[in-house]
Design a protein around this ligand. Structure first.
Ligand SMILES: Cc1cc2nc3c(=O)[nH]c(=O)nc-3n(C[C@H](O)[C@H](O)[C@H](O)COP(=O)(O)OP(=O)(O)OC[C@H]3O[C@@H](n4cnc5c(N)ncnc54)[C@H](O)[C@@H]3O)c2cc1C
Length: 206
C-alpha cells in the first residue's frame, strides 16, 4: 500500500529503480494484490459522491465534447513534442543518456508550455479519448521525472542516470527521493526517506 490509504501500487508505479525489471514488477504485483485483499476485508466503502463523479466525467469527456472539428492539438502532436523534448533535454539518446541542470530546466519550461496546451486537445472518438488521456498522464510523469532527476545532484546509476555536472555519488543521497504535487497549484515538493535495509548483506554486491 502506498502512503495514500487504500491505494496499492506495484512495478513502475511503486517507484522506479534501474534494476527493477519485469520479474521484480511481477513480484510486487503479487504482494500488492495480497495486501489489497487483506485491506478489503477490514474496510467499508464510503458512499459515492455524485457531485464529484459528475465533475470528473466533465473533465474526462471534455476533449471529446470539443469534437473532431475542433481546431486544436491532437494526442499524436502532443506526444511527439513531449518525446522530443524529453529526449533532448531529459537524458534521451540525443544527449547519449546524459543530463545536466541547464537542460533539465529547459525540459521543465517546455513541459509547462505543453501543459498550457492541454485545453486544446481534442478527441475524435472514445478510443482516441483514451489516447488523449494517456498523453495528459505522460505530462505528469515527465514533469515528476524531471524534478527527481534535478533533485539527485549526483550520479548514482551511470548509464541510467548520468549527471554530467555531478559525476560522483553523493553519500547524503543514499536514500529514497520522493515528491508530492499539489493538484490545485501544481507546486512540487521534494523530500527524502531513509533507505531501510530489509535483507542483511552488502547490497552493493550482486
Ligand atoms: C526500453 C526498455 C527496455 C526494457 N528492457 C527490459 C528487459 O530487457 N528486461 C526486463 O526485465 N525489463 C526491462 N525493462 C523494464 C520493464 O519493461 C518494466 O520494468 C516493466 O515492464 C514494468 O512493468 P509494470 O507492470 O510496472 O508497468 P508497465 O509494463 O508499464 O504496465 C503498465 C500498464 O498500464 C497501462 N495503463 C497506464 N495508464 C492506464 C490507465 N489509466 N488505465 C488503464 N491502463 C493504464 C499501460 O498501458 C501499461 O500497459 C525495460 C524497460 C524499457 C522502457
Amino acid at each position: 500500500m502506498t502512503t495514500v490509504p487504500g491505494l496499492f501500487a506495484a512495478g513502475e508505479t511503486a517507484g522506479g529503480n534501474p534494476n527493477k525489471f519485469v520479474g521484480g514488477c511481477g513480484a510486487e504485483g503479487r504482494l500488492a494484490a495480497r495486501g489489497a485483499l487483506e485491506y478489503l476485508k477490514k474496510i467499508t466503502m464510503p458512499a459515492l459522491d455524485s457531485a464529484q463523479v459528475g465533475k470528473e466525467k466533465e473533465r474526462v469527456f471534455a476533449p471529446l465534447v470539443r469534437g473532431p472539428e475542433f481546431d486544436g492539438v491532437t494526442d499524436i502532436e502532443m506526444e511527439e513534442r513531449l518525446q522530443r523534448l524529453m529526449d533532448e533535454y531529459a537524458g534521451g539518446i540525443h544527449s547519449f543518456y546524459r543530463l545536466n541542470e541547464e537542460r533539465l530546466v529547459v525540459a521543465l519550461k517546455n513541459i509547462k508550455v505543453l501543459r498550457d496546451q492541454v485545453k486544446y486537445l481534442y478527441a475524435k472518438n472514445l478510443h482516441n479519448l483514451m489516447n488523449v488521456h494517456e498523453v495528459i498522464d505522460r505530462l505528469d510523469v515527465a514533469e515528476m521525472a524531471v524534478h527527481h532527476l534535478m533533485y539527485r545532484k549526483e550520479t548514482r546509476w551511470p548509464g541510467w542516470q548520468t549527471r554530467m555536472d555531478y559525476p560522483e555519488k553523493d553519500p547524503k543521497l543514499d536514500c529514497f527521493v520522493e515528491s508530492t504535487r499539489d493538484p490545485k497549484t501544481g507546486e512540487v515538493k521534494m523530500f527524502t526517506r531513509p533507505y531501510e535495509q530489509l535483507i542483511p548483506g552488502d547490497r552493493t554486491k550482486q
